[in-house]
Design a binder for this molecule. Structure first.
Ligand SMILES: *Cc1c(COP(=O)(O)O)cnc(C)c1O
Length: 407
């Protein structure tokens, strides 16, 4: 069986983790801080805070911006549940909007969904393909939109417009106009979950890139405390002589990253551009080349003059099939010992969101993208021979199902 997305664990990673285990310091400490600095240098944003997951990072930033009951947050219908669930946790209303043909949130649909209650937009770079950030950033600064913004908290007054909080769970290393994901908008959150491009087993990072006059060092200190129960000193600082006394300045969260996690990240970030992204792009090119000769195959865009993907997963669509046929194709592919996936079942189709009154009929592009989509495996250890096996399994399966059902 060709697995869908195993992590890359080699001796270098094992050695770095073992080094941490032997160091006497396994929770948040020097390696987490070093990883944060490397991520800041990598993304080109201003400051990074590592956290326990992207979900934790997104929720932390919604709380930081003061999002609460009565507020609205715009979220794509086509994403993983984390993007919307964190909004529900804050008591705010999720406002889903439809996708474009490239799977990402439709900027036109965002514009129609904005109300005076809108506090945040959470675009998602699906499969690593950056959203149209020039258009989104321009939209929230448009005078007639900005003047309807109703700031309630200190942070909302300072920004005085809708916050753009990018869910970059898939897209570390993606580029837009030569700039990396991380400094494309106000705040960006990476995920380092086991299946993501750059993993720390579980983990995430908040990339701060706010405009003047926000003080990034002050916000880092505030978020650092907020991610550790509002404690004024972290565990490492408390080990210093005379450092035992601390205060709790607010009822914060427990969202910190450990040095064990950071040690995996330190190895990965050092070779991410030169090694990981190179291999991922080769696999994308190989899939694109192999499927180009079939008119039933719709190949995703992953590189153009403006944007470059992080090559997270290959979102193949099959032209002219429906959801049931797509499911049959997936079954046939599994029968050929290849694991594939679907990214994503749109959230308005999920029981919780259905029960909340959302209806997939309101998101026709998201549904169409979903109904014809099959995610193909992309990972460092996927060899050229394995890519050929995946391609053959897909081709045979599509031909079998389409031939069978059209007879
Ligand atoms: C994986 C994922 C997340 C959540 O990441 P965690 O680090 O597991 O919390 C959020 N958004 C999207 C689009 C994802 O795919």
């Amino acid at each position: 069986m060709i697995p869908f997305s195993p992590p890359r664990i080699d001796q270098k990673i094992v050695d770095e983790v073992v080094d941490t285990l032997h160091s006497g310091w396994i929770t948040t400490g020097p390696k987490t801080k070093r990883f944060e600095n490397l991520l800041t240098a990598y993304g080109g944003h201003k400051v990074t805070l590592c956290v326990s997951s992207a979900s934790a990072g997104l929720e932390l930033m919604l709380r930081w911006y003061g999002v609460k009951e009565g507020d609205e947050v715009i979220v794509p219908a086509y994403t993983y549940a984390a993007t919307a669930n964190v909004v529900v946790h804050c008591g705010a209303k999720v406002v889903f909007v439809d996708a474009d043909d490239d799977f990402n949130i439709s900027v036109e649909a965002i514009e129609k969904a904005i109300t005076p209650r809108t506090k945040v937009i959470i675009p998602v770079d699906i499969a690593g393909w950056p959203c149209d950030y020039d258009a989104i950033n321009a939209l929230v600064r448009r005078p007639e939109i900005q003047e309807h913004f109703c700031p309630l908290t200190k942070e909302q007054h300072l920004l005085n417009r809708i916050l753009v909080l990018s869910d970059a769970a898939h897209s570390i290393g993606g580029q837009y106009h030569e700039k990396k994901v991380g400094n494309l908008t106000d705040i960006t959150v990476y995920s380092f979950h086991a299946v993501k491009n750059l993993t720390t087993a579980e983990g995430g990072a908040v990339c701060l890139n706010l405009p003047e006059p926000f003080d990034h060092d002050a916000i880092y200190r505030e978020l650092n405390a907020k991610s550790l129960h509002g404690q004024t000193k972290d565990a490492l600082a408390k080990t210093q002589i005379g450092g035992w006394r601390y205060d709790i300045i607010e009822p914060g969260y427990k969202y910190n990253m450990t040095d064990i996690q950071a040690s995996i990240g330190l190895v990965e970030i050092a070779r991410y551009d030169s090694d990981m992204l190179v291999r991922r792009k080769q696999i994308f090119d190989k899939y694109a080349g192999a499927f180009a000769k079939y008119d039933w195959a719709q190949i995703p865009e992953y590189e153009n003059d403006e944007k470059k993907s992080s090559f997270h997963v290959f979102l193949l669509r099959i032209n002219g099939i429906n959801e049931q046929q797509r499911d049959q194709v997936i079954q046939e592919i599994f029968n050929r010992e290849v694991a594939v996936n679907v990214h994503f079942v749109p959230l308005p189709m999920m029981t919780y969101y259905c029960n909340e009154g959302y209806d997939i009929l309101d998101f026709p592009v998201a549904y169409d993208n979903f109904s014809r989509e099959i995610s193909l495996p992309v990972y460092y250890d996927l060899t050229d021979e394995m890519v050929d096996t995946v391609v053959n399994a897909v081709v045979e399966s599509v031909l079998k199902v389409v031939y069978y059902t059209s007879k």
